[in-house]
Write a protein that binds this ligand. Structure first.
Ligand SMILES: Cc1cc2nc3c(=O)[nH]c(=O)nc-3n(C[C@H](O)[C@H](O)[C@H](O)COP(=O)(O)OP(=O)(O)OC[C@H]3O[C@@H](n4cnc5c(N)ncnc54)[C@H](O)[C@@H]3O)c2cc1C
Length: 450
C-alpha cells in the first residue's frame, strides 16, 4: 500500500465535498476527495431515459450567490435554466388548490375556507414558536388546524418526506424560528422557505442538476478520486506529531491505498459516518440510529395546462402520493412529471413492485391533475431522506476530535444552497489552521431547517 499525504481529506463527493474542494482550492489549501461511487454528486443524480432528463434526487435548487459562484467556477454558469414560475398547489378535498404563498394567491385560492384564512392570519395574536414543541403542533397553534392540514403541513413535511408531528422544532425549525424572531412572523419565514418570498429563483441546468457536481469534479479532477470508498479512518500513531485529544493525523484507508491527512471531513450518510467514526469520537455509534425516510420516484410523461412547480397532497386525502413535481411545466422537460411515494407516511410502499408503483402514480395523477399519464421509469432512493424526527436528539451526544469534522445534511441544513454555504464556512475555518500542530474546532453544527 502506498501512502500519500494531504492537508484535508474529504470523504464523499456529493455537493458538500465538491463545494468544499472548490473553496479550499481557492484558498490554496491542499485537499483530496474520496468518493465511493463511480460518478460524483451523491443524492444529486440525473438520469437519461428514452431521451428524457429525469432527476432521481433534488428536482431543483435555489440560485443563491453560492450556487451561482460554484457554477461559474465549474464553467457551467451559462447552462442554468430558471423555473418559469413559483406557484405551488395542494391536492385537498378532491381538487388542486393554489398554496397561499403570496398575498394575491391568499385572496384567490379556494384551498382554504374564509374561516381557515382568518385563523391563519391571526398569527400575530399567537406566541412565538418554541424549540420545545413539535413542528406540527407549533404550526397548528399558530395557523390553525385547517391551514396545517391543507397547506403548511404538506408543504413543510414534503421537504423531508416526514410528518411534522414527529419533527422536534428544536432541530427541524431552528432556522425558521430564528427568522421568525427577525421578521416578526413565522408565516413570512415559511413563505421564504418554500416559495414566493425567496429572492433566489429555483433553477436546474441544461442536462439536469448533476451537471453542477459533474463539472466541479472535472474542474478539480486532480483532487477527486471516484470509485474509492473509504473503509476506515485510523489515527496515525507513530509519534511524529503530538497527539491532540488522543488523536493525530489520520489515514483514510481504501482498498488499494492509504491517504494520510491532517484534517478529515466526513460528508457521507449517517450510517456510514457511524461506521467510519465509531472509534474516533463519543456518541458516533448512535449515528446509525438516525431515521431516514425511504422514497420512491415514479417518472411519468403527461401533458397538462397547470402552471407551477407542482403539488403536495393534503393530509387526510385517500392517496398514496406525497407530492408531484411538474418538471415539464417548471423547466420545459418535455412532459416529465415526478411522483413521490413512500416517506414516513407509508414506508412499506417501497416493498411494492415497480409495476404497482407505476399503477398507483398514474391513477392518482389522473385523479388530481385530470390527465392520463404513462410511466417512463421508477427509481428508489438508495439511502432515503433524513427524517429530522426525534431520533435527532442522539446528535447531542456526539463529540469528535478537533481535527475530524462532519459536514452533512443531517447535522446541518439540507438544501443545496445550505450545503454550499457550510462548505465555504468550513473551508474558511480550515484555511486558518497551521497543520500538524494546531487544533481546530469540532464542527458538528446545530441541525436546522433549510
Ligand atoms: C429526493 C431528494 C430531494 C431533494 N430535493 C431538494 C431540492 O429540491 N432542493 C435542494 O436544495 N435540496 C434538495 N435535497 C437536499 C440536497 O439534495 C441534499 O441534502 C444534498 O445534495 C446532500 O449533499 P451532500 O454532499 O451533503 O451528501 P450526499 O449527496 O449524500 O453525498 C455523500 C457522498 O458520500 C459518498 N460516500 C458514501 N460512503 C462513502 C465511503 N465509504 N467513502 C467515500 N464516499 C462515500 C456517497 O456516494 C455520496 O456521493 C433533496 C434531497 C433528496 C434526497
Amino acid at each position: 500500500m502506498t501512502e500519500t499525504h494531504h492537508t484535508v481529506g474529504i470523504i464523499g463527493g456529493g455537493i458538500t465535498g465538491l463545494a468544499l474542494t472548490h473553496y479550499l482550492a481557492e484558498q490554496g489549501v491542499d485537499s483530496i476527495v474520496l468518493e465511493a461511487a463511480d460518478e460524483p454528486g451523491g443524492v444529486i443524480s440525473t438520469k437519461q431515459v428514452d431521451g428524457h432528463i429525469l432527476e432521481a434526487g433534488p428536482q431543483r435548487m435555489r440560485k443563491t450567490p453560492g450556487v451561482a459562484e460554484l457554477a461559474d467556477a465549474a464553467g457551467v454558469a451559462d447552462r442554468f435554466v430558471e423555473a418559469k414560475q413559483e406557484d405551488l398547489y395542494v391536492y385537498a378535498d378532491g381538487e388542486l388548490g393554489q398554496a397561499p404563498l403570496s398575498v394575491s394567491a391568499f385572496f384567490k385560492t379556494d384551498l382554504l375556507s374564509w374561516r381557515g384564512k382568518a385563523r391563519m392570519v391571526a398569527e400575530p395574536l399567537t406566541d412565538n414558536g418554541s424549540p420545545e414543541e413539535r413542528a406540527g403542533e407549533l404550526f397548528v397553534r399558530k395557523f390553525g388546524q385547517e391551514a396545517y392540514e391543507k397547506f403548511i403541513g404538506p408543504l413543510y413535511g414534503g421537504i423531508y418526506g416526514s410528518d411534522p408531528m414527529e419533527m422536534p422544532a428544536a432541530f427541524a425549525l431552528e432556522g425558521l424560528l430564528a427568522q421568525e424572531q427577525k421578521a416578526g412572523s413565522l408565516l413570512q419565514a415559511f413563505r421564504k422557505r418554500v416559495g414566493g418570498g425567496h429572492s433566489a429563483p429555483p433553477v436546474t441546468f441544461e442536462g439536469g442538476n448533476q451537471t453542477l457536481p459533474a463539472a466541479l469534479c472535472d474542474t478539480y479532477s486532480d483532487r477527486v478520486h471516484l470509485d474509492t470508498p473509504v473503509t476506515s479512518i485510523e489515527p496515525v500513531d507513530d509519534g511524529r506529531v503530538e497527539a491532540k485529544d488522543g488523536s493525530g493525523p489520520y489515514y483514510l484507508e481504501t482498498a488499494n491505498e492509504s491517504y494520510e491527512v491532517d484534517q478529515a471531513v466526513v460528508t457521507t450518510p449517517a450510517d456510514i459516518a457511524g461506521e467510519l467514526l465509531s472509534d474516533l469520537g463519543d456518541g458516533t455509534d448512535e449515528l446509525d440510529n438516525l431515521r431516514y425516510n425511504p422514497l420512491a420516484m415514479v417518472f411519468l410523461e403527461a401533458d397538462h395546462d397547470w402552471v407551477g412547480k407542482g403539488y403536495q397532497v393534503g393530509y387526510g386525502e385517500e392517496l398514496h402520493t406525497l407530492g408531484v413535481s411538474w418538471n415539464s411545466q417548471m423547466f420545459g422537460r418535455d412532459g416529465v412529471q415526478t411522483v413521490f411515494l413512500g416517506g414516513m407516511h407509508e414506508p412499506e410502499l417501497l416493498q411494492a413492485s415497480d409495476e404497482r408503483l407505476g399503477e398507483i402514480a398514474t391513477r392518482e395523477f389522473k385523479e388530481a391533475v385530470g390527465t392520463a399519464a404513462s410511466v417512463i421509469t421508477v427509481e428508489r432512493l438508495d439511502v432515503g431522506f433524513p427524517a429530522w424526527d426525534s431520533s435527532w436528539w442522539l446528535l447531542d451526544d456526539i463529540d469528535l476530535p478537533t481535527d475530524v469534522h462532519m459536514a452533512t445534511n443531517y447535522t446541518a441544513r439540507m438544501g443545496i444552497p445550505s450545503r454550499v454555504r457550510e462548505a465555504r464556512q468550513l473551508a474558511d475555518e480550515l484555511a486558518t489552521l497551521e497543520y500538524g500542530t494546531a487544533s481546530a474546532e469540532t464542527t458538528v453544527s446545530t441541525p436546522a431547517d433549510d
